[in-house]
Design a binder for this molecule. Structure first.
Ligand code: SAM
Ligand code: DTB
Ligand code: SF4
Length: 331
């Protein structure tokens, strides 16, 4: 192993850019794999401890019966994916799950609700959860759907650290997947979150049948936001029986790894999260994702409604790769 220092303050990466062109993104995707990974890993080392992974745990605080038609999602009321709907959880139960996640080694607790948009009284309940989780010494993230200005301000006042709201795919492909809210709706919520001073967690899903240009355009959209999201979750579609996207041809894993690498290069200081879909990835594929610049994962036996690798499997994987958990979102 070479003795390259973990973080070299002299080798500061080129300035953060918000003016990426589609051709440049496609040129990155088209690089020989070794050249792309080298570039991404070099960039990664200039900005982060290369062996440190930020670890978040997820909890579904309100499950199923969602009015939206997101074609990938088992929680939409429009599809029969065998989900048992559950109302918003009591605060104490949420805190019990957060304590467990902390004991398992998670530093951030992400609470997800199957809503198109929350009611004001729901937001107040979620704020109680956020405050309880923060009191445990964990970072907090919630994903509740579209927000009003006032709700966003309340969440900020309540101490929320991160808001997750994904663009999911390119604007062009979006209407193939979701028809009940627009791409602009999502951008509007993201702008509210940013303006309120809450850290932004925003990414997408790869493997929904989109083209290479769609993947480039998704990354272009994220990297050309006025400020890069502090966290960029890159999900591989979890195919769930009963959802419209079940049966989508499986994506070449190399393309997924390339997507991680291009995200790392375009958003050099963001945490790129290897998110949903790890259950279907080999340990070797995950190792390549970390090499390509992923430095965050969802940890815990469950995502929202689907399975994630078991925590002890992840611990062994970290050990085999010499990875350690730690770090906050932004370098
Ligand atoms: N209901 C809120 C919303 O959609 O804004 C928040 C929860 S929603 C489940 C959060 C994100 O999870 C979605 O935007 C999507 O990116 C991701 N997701 C949901 N189902 C998925 C699946 N089957 N595979 C991969 N990612 C998924
Ligand atoms: C994100 O980008 N991925 C997470 C989190 N943000 C909320 C959700 C993944 C959900 C996978 C399907 C499920 O478990 O229901
Ligand atoms: Fe509802 Fe969110 Fe699922 Fe879409 S992704 S159906 S908004 S829970």
């Amino acid at each position: 192993m070479s003795a390259r220092p973990a973080i070299n303050p002299v080798q500061v990466s080129p300035s953060i850019r918000h003016n990426w062109l589609l051709d440049e993104v496609q040129d990155l995707f088209a690089l020989p794999f070794n050249d792309l990974i080298f570039k991404a890993q070099t960039n990664h080392r200039d900005n982060f401890d290369p062996n440190e992974i930020q670890v978040s745990s997820l909890l579904s605080i309100k499950t199923g019966s969602c009015s939206e038609d997101c074609g990938y999602c088992p929680q939409s009321a429009r599809y029969d994916a065998g989900i048992t709907p559950e109302a918003l959880m009591p605060v104490e139960e949420v805190l019990k799950a957060a304590r467990h996640a902390k004991d398992q080694g998670a530093s951030r607790f992400c609470m997800g609700a199957a809503w198109r948009k929350p009611k004001d009284r729901d937001v107040e309940r979620v704020i109680e959860m956020v405050q309880g989780v923060k009191a445990l010494g964990m970072e907090t993230c919630v994903t509740l759907g579209m927000l009003t200005d006032q709700q966003t301000i309340r969440l900020k006042e309540g101490g929320l650290d991160y808001y997750n709201h994904n663009l999911d795919t390119s604007e062009d492909y979006y209407s193939e997947v979701i028809t009940t809210r627009t791409y602009q709706d999502r951008l509007d919520t993201l702008a509210r979150v940013r303006d309120a001073g809450i850290n932004v967690c925003c990414g997408g899903i790869i493997g929904m049948g989109e083209s290479g240009i769609d993947r480039s355009k998704l990354l272009l959209e994220l990297a050309n936001l006025p400020k890069h999201p502090e966290s960029v979750p890159v999900n591989m579609l979890v195919q769930v029986e009963g959802t419209p996207l079940m049966g989508t041809p499986t994506l070449d894993p190399i393309i997924f790894i390339r997507t991680i690498a291009v995200a790392r290069i375009m958003m050099p200081k963001s945490r790129v999260r290897l998110s949903a879909g790890r259950n279907k990835m080999s340990d070797e594929m995950q190792a390549l994702c970390f090499l390509a610049g992923a430095n965050s994962i969802f940890y815990g036996d469950k995502l929202l409604t689907t399975d994630n690798p078991m925590t002890n499997h992840d611990m062994v994987l970290f050990d085999r790769l010499g990875l350690h958990s730690g770090g906050s979102s932004y370098a």
